[in-house]
Design a protein around this ligand. Structure first.
Ligand code: PMT
Length: 357
């Protein structure tokens, strides 16, 4: 989901500033309604980006957790999947009061992670802080707050009888996962956190002899304000408009596929609002980055229809109205097994190519 400088297309300006001294902060211009344009013609390379930005403080600790998690599970003979989930933010100030956010509740990622766990994968769940998470997602959303499922009487607090069976199933799966230790959760907030964490994880996993899949469901910011051009303090409001000039985030799928983890099975997502555009955009991504699958989805129908697009073919997964509205089947329960089958084929074929992890 692109967060355009004009703040359209699913991106939100949180906080709402409207003016700043343009001389103090070259990336901000007040008093004009002309949409700002990006300051450079294209994205900086990933290399330049990483050399000019500071890694999140938690990175060494996350790296250690990834290393020991993967090491443990590869010795147990498990496959590993890294799921990215939720949206990234773009801060407007170093001491951040306002930021631009990308649309994503994390439903796709959290739901898919559960199906990967059920299928025996060890899951690195890299998610936006406070977005939906496997298992708790059933009860953590405001519409489904866990309190809605509880009742109180003299003897204490209980789950309402009508929810007991469903909750028992979720609880059982949650406990099984905890016992097996097959879920590692790592969080990010900004696009900078995301980029550093993804690179670190990919480079660690790539060095280990494990069959890994990447399932990139996160909605990653396309534009950002470089660290050296960001306002240190809260942007002061004035009489005029606030125009932002933003740089393009480097396209990290290319280094991910070519350099960081060249032997992995990589699934990316493509979200569009215009269905007609989807196959073209998905094919462009496959060609540009050279990975294995793009899953195309349209904003309004993403919970019912997706298209799995490869260089060779296109497979649609579609829930019927009955499956969606009456049986409440989750489309991820169809996507994940299909991907696992393709991952198996990929691993088998790797024997012949001799190039898999
Ligand atoms: O969480 P939900 O509310 O359920 O919504 C799920 C979803 C609609 C967000 C999800 O299904 C989806 O489509 N995610 C990808 C959104 C998108 O269009 O991303 P993109 O076109 O900006 O990026 C393409 C792919 O590259 C994505 O897989 C993205 O995770 C990845 N990417 C993009 C840019 C970047 N710098 N790094 C990346 O890894």
């Amino acid at each position: 989901v692109p967060n355009k400088p004009s703040l359209l297309n699913g991106a939100h300006l949180v906080g709402g500033a409207n003016g700043i001294d343009p001389h103090a902060y070259p990336h901000f211009h007040s008093g004009s309604s002309t949409p700002a344009s990006t300051s450079s013609p294209g994205p900086v390379s990933a290399e330049v980006y990483f050399a000019s930005h500071v890694a999140p403080k938690s990175l060494p600790e996350s790296a250690e957790r990834i290393r020991s998690f993967v090491d443990h599970h590869m010795h147990e003979g498990r496959r590993v999947v890294l799921v990215t989930s939720g949206g990234t933010t773009v801060p407007l100030e170093t001491q951040t009061v306002r930021f631009i956010d990308n649309f994503s509740a994390g439903t796709r990622g959290a739901t898919s992670a559960e199906y990967f766990l059920e299928a025996g994968y060890a899951v690195i769940f890299m998610h936006r802080q406070f977005s939906l998470q496997p298992y708790s997602r059933h009860y953590s959303h405001s519409r489904n707050c866990f309190l809605e499922f509880m009742e109180a009487d003299e003897s204490g607090i209980h789950v309402m009888p009508s929810y007991v069976e469903e909750m028992r199933t979720v609880l059982h799966k949650y406990r099984e996962t905890q016992k097996a230790g097959t879920l590692l959760t790592l969080d990010f907030v900004t696009v900078n956190d995301y980029l550093f964490l993804l690179r670190e994880a990919a480079q660690i996993i790539s060095k280990m002899d494990v069959n890994a899949m990447y399932y990139l469901a996160a909605a990653v910011s396309d534009f950002f304000i470089p660290a050296d051009k960001m306002s240190e303090h809260k942007i002061q409001s004035g009489d005029g408009l606030l125009n932002l000039s933003m740089d393009q985030v480097p396209k990290v799928l290319k280094p991910l596929v070519n350099d960081w983890t060249p032997k992995a099975f990589i699934v990316s997502f493509k979200l569009e609002t215009d269905e007609e555009l989807l196959p073209l955009k998905a094919r462009q991504a496959l060609k540009r980055y050279g990975h294995q699958i793009v899953i195309g989805n349209v904003l309004t129908t993403r919970k019912r229809v997706v298209k799995l697009i490869t260089n060779e073919n296109e497979t649609e997964i579609r829930l019927t109205a009955e499956e969606d509205e009456v049986e409440h089947i989750e489309i991820e329960s169809r996507i994940v097994p299909e991907l696992i089958e393709r991952h198996s084929e990929w691993i088998e074929a790797c024997g012949t190519r001799g190039e898999c992890g």
